[in-house]
Design a protein around this ligand. Structure first.
Ligand code: FAD
Length: 307
């Protein structure tokens, strides 16, 4: 499904990077929900310099969206206009320097936790339970089991819309619960994280406990993680349960029976089905409890039929 409206395509107006540019690239299969439309152009930079020079040469009117592995994203069925950046090969390296772990923004959180374990560094075990990348974790202040990125981050590196590279300390990230005040145009490229020397067996045991707890309590496929933010003093899943939404369905989109703050794609759900289900849950929770739930999952792109 082409997003271009005239004979010329956006890709023809873009700088030529060393990395890969793809027109009308399917995004749905790359997302955890396995739903959603294409990117007008998908850009996979070769390295930080390639990303920076591409951004510097990008026409100012072209929108830019960055994605990790889309474990907290719903891409609408009409696709995403402009350039979608994905940091893959060239951004997945992980190295350990003393008690510090330096990870590319494309590295999976799990792999960072496992590298820390291999070097007997404690404090990063919580990352093993989060199915995203370091880039997504930097943006969302990802966290679990009493840990979050704000507690272990020493510095982050980012490229801005003009192609300037920034290295910033944690204090400059403006972190709070699942949120950063860092400029929205920043594309994070790496993070320097603090570990603490620990017992390797105990670290491995903690990672295994987290894995078991996750498998027991959450769906592990075709979902976007927690759908709604916990409102102050309440848990979103309890409100959803109270409103009778556990198991609720629209098409093949369903409120998970296992954890009702998770929406799941049973097979062929569209992003439209999934978003409509989320909105129905919000309406029912508001009617039943008076609480307005706010989306935690980021919804991006154009509705179906508007591409
Ligand atoms: C089963 C399941 C369990 C989950 N459990 C947890 C949990 O316990 N705790 C938790 O915090 N989250 C959890 N999540 C949500 C999700 O994994 C995290 O939010 C994760 O940090 C998202 O990373 P990602 O790479 O998938 O980012 P995406 O989902 O691709 O993107 C999320 C946001 O980050 C931005 N982003 C991604 N990469 C970059 C970058 N390089 N630079 C700038 N911005 C970027 C995107 O633009 C978007 O706004 C869960 C999700 C699932 C599916």
């Amino acid at each position: 499904m082409a997003l271009a409206t005239s004979t010329s395509h956006l890709i023809d107006r873009l700088p030529r990077p060393r990395g890969r540019l793809t027109a009308d690239a399917a995004l749905g299969p790359q997302t955890w929900f396995r739903a959603g439309g294409p990117a007008e152009v998908l850009f996979r930079p070769a390295d930080v310099e390639d990303l920076a020079s591409f951004m510097a040469g990008l026409p100012p009117d072209v929108p830019v969206t960055v994605l990790g592995v889309s474990s907290n994203i719903l891409v609408r069925d009409g696709g995403v206009k402009g350039v979608v950046v994905r940091l893959m090969r060239g951004f997945t390296g992980i190295s350990v320097e003393g008690n510090e772990v330096v990870a590319g923004a494309g590295a999976l959180d799990l792999n960072v936790a496992l590298s820390a374990r291999d070097h007997a560094l404690a404090g990063l075990e919580f990352l093993s339970g989060i199915p995203g990348t370091i880039g997504g974790a930097l943006r969302m202040n990802a966290g679990a089991y009493e840990g979050d990125l704000a507690q272990v981050l020493l510095a982050a590196e980012a490229v801005d819309r003009a192609g300037k590279v920034h290295t910033v300390p944690t204090a400059a990230m403006g972190y709070r619960y699942r949120h950063s005040d860092a400029p929205s145009d920043w594309i994070f490229t790496s993070a320097r994280l603090r570990g603490t020397p620990g017992d390797q067996l105990a670290i491995a045991r903690r990672i295994a406990e987290i894995d078991t707890a996750r498998t027991d309590s959450q769906p592990r496929s075709r979902t976007g993680g927690s759908t709604f933010v916990n409102p102050p003093g309440r848990r979103a899943w309890e409100l959803i349960d109270e409103a009778g939404c556990r198991g609720l369905r629209i098409g093949e989109a369903q409120v998970s029976e296992k954890h009702c703050n998770f929406l799941i794609n049973l097979g062929e759900a569209t992003a439209t089905d999934i978003e409509a289900l989320g909105e129905q849950v919000r309406r029912r929770v508001l009617e039943k409890t008076g609480v307005q739930l706010e989306w935690e999952i980021r919804r991006i792109g154009e509705p179906a039929g508007r591409e």
